[in-house]
Ligand binder design. Structure first.
Ligand SMILES: [Zn+2]
Length: 401
């Protein structure tokens, strides 16, 4: 074990998860994190570029829902506008009902089938089912005064959050709140009666940055190593994804003297856990015609969990890279080949035809659909084993050289 790197990773972990007040895109903490990353990686002799984009931050002071003397527990949907609406409650559980019912100006309860999975943000391009687009279009056309969503558990799509916000979209302007499915059941008898929904929240315009660092001879052939530096609001984001960012920094340190024929690009992408994925969109637009230059993408997300092994999964690797990866994996007893999973930034590179390796923890990839830690306050530094973080950086160093 390299104790110097181990000490470094511990101090990075505290910096990213404790000293910086949250790394949600658009927030000041997020900009502190990208500044810190830029300074640190330049100190290891890497050239850096800050890629700037607009991103709103958002705060809320809670919401209340009343029907006569009854109070219902509701939360403001992230990035929603606030509201004060006193109107009749109507309920809808399917797209057909949403098409037929008169909801204009009313308080609309979405529950059951229509509320089973988080609706993709309207401008999200990577994965956006027709059904989701239809729901959003119908809501905007039929224009309820406000929306209440009652949602169950869906860790695969909402991380460990329960209840999860059905709508999380700073580009959607109908105010909404969310509640548990149980609370939704209690609200159903009120349908047809007047309710009072008040919520207080604010969208704050801001900026965010990708940090792109390069080393090696200028070349058209690149190896791109990525990890998202942002975290979901309300979580320290230790496993998701401070650990990944720390791997990038340790690797940058290990490659300090690199002077090979290929360009190594290390990128702190900014927005994987933000509704509009702005950093990823910007990186794509800047590389629109250059994805064919990328020999390999390595993306680190969900790595370093204290139990189980680290898991590397492979996507479309050419024979020679696959062989090398297997040789490297054999040298590290804490790393194994893991199952493939699509919910990470490696998917972007795969979509553009690049070979990719996703680096995560066995725990994360095998419990993606049931774990209740990421995207919650439980994703804190205690669940990260920095020895695993160092081991991953050392393995990637060997793989790249
Ligand atoms: Zn993540």
């Amino acid at each position: 074990m390299n104790t110097k790197l181990y000490q470094k990773s511990l101090s990075y972990l505290v910096k990213l998860c404790k000293e910086i007040p949250g790394r949600c895109v658009g927030s000041q903490g997020n900009r502190m994190a990208t500044d810190f990353f830029q300074k640190e990686i330049s100190s290891f002799g890497w050239d850096t570029e800050m890629q700037e984009f607009d991103a709103i931050d958002w705060t809320d002071e809670g919401a209340t829902l009343k029907a006569g003397d009854l109070n219902f527990k509701v939360f403001v949907s992230p990035y929603s506008l606030g509201c004060a609406v006193e109107e009749q409650l109507v309920s809808v559980s399917s797209i057909e009902e949403l098409e037929q019912k008169d909801i204009k100006g009313k308080v609309l309860l979405l529950h059951g089938q229509i509320a089973k999975e988080q609706i993709m943000p309207k401008n999200f391009v990577f994965y956006n089912p027709e059904e989701h687009k239809k729901i959003i279009a119908l809501l905007e056309k039929n224009n309820p005064g406000a929306i209440v969503t009652a949602t169950g558990r869906n860790p695969a799509l909402a991380g460990g959050l329960y209840p999860f916000p059905l709508i999380e979209d700073g580009d959607f302007d109908i105010p909404s709140v969310y509640m548990t499915a149980e609370e939704g059941e209690k609200l159903l008898p009120v349908v047809g009666k007047p309710v009072v929904l008040k919520s207080v929240s604010k969208r704050i315009p801001g900026k965010g940055y990708n940090v792109v660092a390069g080393k090696g001879k200028p070349s058209t052939e690149r190896i791109v190593i990525t990890a998202h530096i942002d975290a979901k609001k309300g979580t320290p984001g230790a496993i998701d994804n401070a650990a990944g960012v720390i791997v990038l920094l340790l690797l940058a340190k290990l490659l300090q003297g690199y002077n090979g024929n290929r360009l190594i690009e290390i990128v702190a992408l900014n927005g994987e856990d933000y509704y509009a994925v702005p950093g990823q969109m910007l990186y794509i637009s800047k590389n629109q015609d250059r994805f064919n230059e990328i020999l390999l993408n390595i993306n680190i997300d969900g790595a370093g969990y204290k139990e189980g092994k680290s898991a590397f999964s492979f996507y479309g690797l050419p024979e020679e890279i696959k062989k090398k990866a297997n040789q490297v994996l054999k040298k590290f007893k804490g790393i194994k080949e893991g199952v493939q999973w699509p919910q990470g930034d490696h998917s972007i590179f795969i979509q553009y035809g690049c070979p990719a390796i996703a680096v995560s923890s066995e725990w994360f990839t095998e419990n993606i659909a049931s774990q209740e830690i990421t995207h919650t306050p439980k994703d804190d530094i205690e669940i990260v084993d920095c020895q695993k973080v160092v081991e991953i950086a050392e393995a990637l160093n060997l793989l790249i050289l």
